[in-house]
Design a protein around this ligand. Structure first.
Ligand code: GMT
Length: 381
């Protein structure tokens, strides 16, 4: 197949999932055309089967805001024609599905171009549910030829908010040979030079991730007498607040903020427990990546996280903001190496047996084939 994929290139899990999906499809013999405003961060290597088409924006004094949605639609239609695309697969509904639908409609006299939208979370739970965006998001979803969601929770949330449930759940995935524990004693020694236990948090440090809670948890864990440190991986709006809170709690020497890191597996492999105290998470890709690296997860019982993290088996779940319970769980796990290792072993087993690329990528390919077949059956309008 010739597949067009659009993602947000720089930000968040949906871009990672779309990019990794493209690479996996290419490895299986398909040709993937990324259509985006810049090269997606995970797309480090382009080749004959992984191509990139940049959306160019025309600047004109009349445009106070450049019409990206239209520029994207134009590029999608151009690429569909020149590269003979079989379908467009967009990640994140707003505005990508609207652009894709415009491209499909503009090409109608010449070709069929089915549009598949994958919902990732805040496109439904925050942005799409905002009154001003709700009708256009509903339109984008309803007009897509196929819709997938990354968790059962997100499918339910979409049905509740948009009264639309013609959705296939295809979960996020990990490549089990890339995402596996590769302990590096050097990195561990850098992050925990005194042989301390190591907590880790990985996110884009937006308010929804509640990174400040991680610092609160570290302070409580240390008060309980556990000699622990915290590695904060990533960057974003809440980083300054988290750093300030560490200072106020007197744990700044035990917290290391390492910023954005390309090699997440190294940080996970050096760590004992992942903290993911998010306010909302439709799936929690960071949790899955940790599980695959044998790192038990302490997280909020929210959104799609309970589908990914099995409470008491591969991690521990608590209500959002319950830092006392999360701290108690961390103390227990960090103090009992055997229990932690056993949980880590089960974490990997669970991640690989449910979310490995070998299981999930074929689900996307079958979904594509079904949607293409169905759109060929439709009378041309
Ligand atoms: O976080 C967002 O606002 C959007 C999105 C993204 O692009 O990172 O995140 C969502 O998609 C991820 C990949 O499917 C999921 O793992 C995240 O749980 C989800 N974020 C939220 O629901 C907050």
């Amino acid at each position: 197949m010739n597949i067009g994929i659009t993602v947000y290139p720089t930000y968040g899990g949906s871009g990672i999932v779309g990019s990794e999906l493209g690479k996996e499809l290419a490895q299986r013999g398909h040709t993937v055309h990324f259509i985006s405003s810049s090269l997606p961060t995970r797309l480090t290597q382009l080749n004959e089967r992984v191509r990139f088409h940049e959306v160019e924006m025309m600047s004109y004094p009349l445009f106070e805001h450049q019409p990206y949605t239209l520029a994207l639609a134009t590029k999608m239609a151009d690429v569909a024609q020149s590269e003979n695309l079989d379908l467009l697969h967009v990640h994140y509904a707003i505005p990508h599905s609207i652009s894709a639908i415009l491209a499909r409609e503009s090409l109608k006299p010449h070709r069929t171009l089915p549009v598949i939208t994958t919902l990732h979370g805040t496109d439904i739970t925050l942005v799409g549910a905002d009154r001003s965006y709700l009708p256009i998001t509903r339109y984008g979803i309803a007009q897509s030829d196929g819709v997938t969601a990354v968790s059962n929770y997100l499918k339910r949330a979409t049905a509740e908010t948009f009264q639309f449930d013609h959705i296939a759940v295809i979960p996020n995935f990990i490549c089990s040979s890339d995402y596996k524990r590769r302990p590096s004693s050097e990195l561990r020694a850098e992050l925990a030079p005194g042989g301390e236990r190591l907590l880790v948090h990985v996110s884009n440090f937006r308010p929804v991730k509640r990174p400040v809670d991680c610092v609160e948890i570290l302070a409580r864990v240390r008060r309980h007498g556990v000699n622990a440190r915290l590695a904060m991986v990533g960057d974003g709006a809440e980083r300054a607040r988290a750093e300030h809170r560490a200072l106020c709690l007197g744990v700044e020497r035990h917290c290391v903020f390492v910023g954005k890191q390309p090699r997440i597996v190294d940080y996970l492999s050096a760590s004992d427990v992942l903290l993911l105290p998010s306010e909302q998470e439709s799936f929690g890709l960071a949790a899955l990546e940790a599980l695959a690296c044998e790192v038990p997860v302490i997280a909020s019982r929210v959104g799609g996280i309970p589908e990914v993290v099995d409470d008491g088996v591969t991690g521990c779940l608590s209500e959002v903001g319950d830092i006392e319970k999360m701290s108690a769980d961390a103390v227990r796990l960090l103090s009992d190496e055997d229990a932690r290792r056993e949980m880590g072993r089960r974490a990997r087993e669970s991640a690989v047996s449910r979310y490995s690329t070998d299981l999930v990528i074929p689900q996307y390919i079958e979904f594509y084939e079904r949607v293409i077949a169905a759109s060929k059956e439709q009378p041309e309008g």
